[in-house]
Design a protein around this ligand. Structure first.
Ligand code: CUA
Length: 144
């Protein structure tokens, strides 16, 4: 019983305090039909920002079975706010060998902020079964 309560507390701290939930901060919802016309999501990719707690915003449009952009280069040491949404079904968003791992849900905007302090190539992959092309759903994150 104690461990169940402990797990619940950990989940609540992650969700509420650390903001690790599908609808985390700022603007939380979006109509999946309007993603391509949206001010933010019509320009997927890495964008430098000024006057925020992070250096870049990395916008991803996710759909079966690809991530847009399919390849990203991030300068080493950059603090990046990932902003993602799905146009169709639930997808996963895991960058292998990092702590980046969240779900992308249609209608929601997911965010995750991470400092990329290790050079190398990292596989971005879908870890949520989303259909026939699920196993091939990936992108490449290059930290340079
Ligand atoms: Cu997208 Cu599995």
């Amino acid at each position: 019983m104690a461990s169940l309560v402990l797990f619940l507390v950990i989940i609540l701290v992650q969700a509420i305090h650390l903001g690790h939930e599908p609808a985390a901060s700022g603007r939380d919802f979006i109509d999946p039909e309007l993603v391509d016309k949206d001010e933010v999501f019509s320009k997927p990719g890495l964008h430098k920002v000024e006057g925020k707690d992070w250096d870049y915003e990395l916008v991803f449009v996710v759909s079966a079975f690809n991530y847009n952009p399919g390849q990203v280069e991030i300068p080493k040491g950059a603090k990046v706010k990932i902003i993602a949404t799905s146009k169709d079904v639930n997808h996963g968003f895991e960058i292998a060998h990092t702590n980046v791992n969240f779900m992308v849900v249609p209608g929601h905007i997911s965010t995750f902020t991470k400092t990329f302090d290790k050079k190398g190539e990292f596989l971005l992959l879908c870890n949520e079964y989303c259909g026939m092309g699920h196993a091939d759903m990936k992108s490449n994150i290059k930290v340079v």
